[in-house]
Design a protein around this ligand. Structure first.
Ligand SMILES: Cc1cc2nc3c(=O)[nH]c(=O)nc-3n(C[C@H](O)[C@H](O)[C@H](O)COP(=O)(O)OP(=O)(O)OC[C@H]3O[C@@H](n4cnc5c(N)ncnc54)[C@H](O)[C@@H]3O)c2cc1C
Length: 395
């Protein structure tokens, strides 16, 4: 196994780092490192900066605007983004919907949607989960009835991330209620969110932020040409897409940046005592988090090396990365809270104490990151996948 980077790869890292230094808008970076949400305008602006450089969709086939980078270069690109405090583009269009269109789309669908995704003209969101159909996704009930040249869609999706920014949504819908196996009656539809009958309602999370939504469909007319792959065969598409979701690899760079910020925070002189870093119990917890982070990085590089050598995507054991990455993220948010103590209270003007705008965002951040072990397939489900696919245990 070779875990080192070649001189060419180091030169590539330098190129990405320098480019980010010159092109990442300061206000967007400030929001990322200060744990503030990005507006749709922020995402679109950043997408267009990347598109102008030809870097908005590096992983796509080159004939559609991909860069032709190898897997290591793509990993370095993601890691440098995390380290620099650059947002990775929301994955729903460039990664998920695009992966599906590349694999299953008709030539007309590719021509219609892919260039607009590449250029950041359409903001896509993901409509999979429903009340009662999350981990057990095949239980979904949103129905699409074929009426001539269109479907009529009625039902509800939930937890739709950035649904309020969405121009388009890709959805799993039920087209056959009589199918013997639940998975056999599902289809994959693309819907313009401006279509009459679609309503987006915010779900405010316990951190007070608006990130996820409910989306309701009331007799929404969707042209048949927006069906991807065959009718009733949407489960094949869904499974393909979930594999891509688990591959998300930008976490290591961001976690390294945050762990460094945490160490700096803990090293601060306190008014009423020694820096927290001198407390052996805190130092012990911090060191454990840093060791887990190193282990995560080495595990990521092991997958990278395997993919480099075999040219194949990783197996089900890539679920390990999702579990570990989210655990490390959650550990760091906990320690950040501990590091600032009462200043983490999410309101301004702590009596007798300095008002630290960064510290006051740590409690919401801590609450927000409880989500990480749930979305993109909960960590329990990832463990089931490893047990079944890698260890051969019944799940
Ligand atoms: C912040 C956030 C953003 C999201 N964004 C999107 C989005 O954009 N689009 C979208 O479609 N969905 C989205 N989701 C939904 C997400 O995919 C689901 O929340 C997730 O699949 C879990 O489903 P559930 O919430 O219905 O929980 P449930 O499936 O009801 O699970 C509840 C608990 O039971 C455990 N559990 C369930 N089944 C098993 C089992 N077989 N073995 C062991 N444990 C089990 C789970 O791990 C979990 O802890 C998002 C979720 C969150 C939190």
């Amino acid at each position: 196994m070779d875990l080192s980077y070649s001189p060419d790869e180091e030169a590539f890292r330098h190129e990405v780092r320098e480019w980010l230094r010159g092109h990442l808008p300061a206000d967007i970076r400030a929001k990322v490192v200060g744990y503030q949400g990005l507006s749709k305008e922020d995402y679109v602006r950043w997408h267009k900066v990347l598109a102008a450089q030809g870097w908005s969709v590096p992983h796509w086939p080159t004939e559609w605007g991909g860069t032709g980078w190898n897997i290591t270069q793509r990993y370095i690109y993601d890691e440098e983004f995390g380290l620099a405090g650059a947002p990775l583009l929301p994955p729903f269009g460039p990664n998920m919907c695009a992966a599906v269109l590349h694999r299953f789309g008709t030539p007309a669908q590719k021509q219609r949607f892919l260039p607009r995704i590449r250029e950041g003209d359409d903001f896509w969101v993901q409509g999979y989960s429903e009340p009662g159909a999350g981990s057990d996704l095949a239980a979904l009930k949103t129905r699409a009835d074929r009426k001539g040249d269109h479907y009529v869609v009625t039902g509800q999706k939930i937890w739709t991330t950035l649904g309020h920014y969405g121009d388009w949504i890709f959805c799993l819908v039920r087209t056959d209620f009589a199918a013997e196996k639940r998975q056999e009656g599902i289809s994959f539809l693309l819907m313009d969110m401006k279509t009459p009958g679609i309503t987006v309602r915010p779900l405010i999370l316990m951190d007070g932020g608006h990130e996820v939504n409910e989306v309701f469909f009331d007799e929404v007319k969707v042209p048949v040409e927006n069906l991807v792959f065959e009718e009733h065969k949407g489960w094949t598409v869904a499974k393909y897409l979930l594999g891509h979701e688990r591959m998300g690899s930008g976490a290591v760079g961001a976690a390294k940046r945050e762990a460094a910020a945490l160490r700096a925070l803990a090293a601060r002189e306190l008014k009423n005592g020694k820096p927290l870093l001198e407390d052996p119990r805190f130092r012990d917890r911090l060191s454990r988090a840093e060791i887990e982070l190193q282990a995560l990085e080495i595990t990521s590089m092991r997958f990278l090396d395997q993919m480099r050598r075999t040219g194949q995507p990783p197996g089900a054991d890539v679920s390990m990365l999702k579990i570990r990455a989210t655990e490390v993220q959650q550990m760091v948010t906990e320690l950040m809270m501990q590091a600032v103590g009462p200043l983490a209270a999410p309101f301004k003007g702590v009596e007798g104490g300095e008002v630290d705008a960064f510290a006051s965002r740590l409690a919401p951040r801590y609450c927000n990151y409880r989500k990480a072990s749930i979305y993109a397939g909960s960590n329990e489900i990832q463990r089931n996948i490893i047990a079944k696919m890698t260890l051969g245990l019944p799940a």
